[in-house]
Design a protein. Structure first.
Length: 265
């Protein structure tokens, strides 16, 4: 018996390939708006003031000669007149404080260090923040001065420098700017500058040797020191001032290896 084979099925028709979708071009106005937004953001970043990084120190003299008298150099007035300018000129950020008292290194008078360019929100006015923090720095310095004058009056200038030296950044690139509001008339229980023989280079050298041996040398190599009120007690006595100046120049620049500036003197 012959069996009829089923008729072969017709092949299925294939669907025509779908054409790839085309991306719609952004409207020209939108492209320009996005570009303008990006440019504005870049400008905002580039126009933001560069952050401060300089480490600074402030040393204030609480001795009797710091009083606002005819024979004093008026430390309060000197601070009010120079501190803000010093901090602004040197772009100070981390700023520490030290007193000059009877025994400066052991003094209980202290105020906390300040960040004068602190982190803030992106919308904050950085210049205004810095100005406000410099005002806080002046308030802190005046508070330290009052403590030194009322509780521990004295004139251990070298001790004050040694104390601020503890806050100096470490490393070869650790620059340090220090404002010292003092007449630099060293007068502590172990050493009175006015009683020393400073008449010759040899006698000054001998005096400095003994002074540093008994009081220790401040670690301020490479620091920039800005005195205010320096040598004011000598007035028109040029000869005595010259001896006084030679003593401190040799000590600070020759021995300590700091740089002394007359910018605010």
């Amino acid at each position: 018996m012959i069996v009829n084979s089923p008729a072969p099925k017709a092949p299925r028709a294939r669907k025509a390939p779908t054409a790839p979708k085309t991306r719609r071009a952004l409207p020209a106005a939108l492209v320009l708006a996005l570009a303008a937004t990006a440019a504005t953001a870049c400008d905002a970043v580039s126009n933001e003031p560069k952050r401060y990084s300089q480490a600074c120190g402030v040393v204030v003299d609480g001795s009797g000669s710091a009083a606002a008298t005819k024979t004093g150099f008026d430390a309060k007035a000197k601070l009010e007149a120079t501190l803000n300018t010093f901090l602004s000129d040197n772009k100070c950020r981390k700023t520490s404080f030290a007193p000059i008292t009877k025994v400066s290194q052991a003094s209980k008078c202290q105020v906390s260090p300040l960040d004068l360019d602190p982190d803030t929100s992106k919308t904050a006015d950085r210049d205004r923040t810095r100005k406000a923090m410099r005002a806080v720095a002046l308030s802190s310095a005046l508070k330290l001065l009052r403590c030194a004058q009322e509780q521990e009056p004295g004139s251990d200038v070298l001790g004050g420098l040694s104390r601020i030296a503890l806050t100096k950044p470490s490393g070869d690139d650790g620059s340090f700017d220090v404002l010292v509001v003092s007449d630099f008339d060293q007068g502590d229980p172990g050493f009175r500058l006015g009683r020393q023989d400073l008449s010759t280079a040899a006698s000054r050298g001998k005096t400095i040797d003994a002074f540093l041996k008994s009081h220790h040398k401040p670690e301020l190599s490479g620091a920039d020191i800005y005195p205010v009120g320096y040598g004011m007690k000598y007035g028109a006595d040029t000869a005595r001032y010259d001896q006084f100046n030679s003593f401190w120049t040799e000590l600070l620049e020759g021995r300590v290896k700091a740089r002394v500036h007359t910018t605010y003197r």
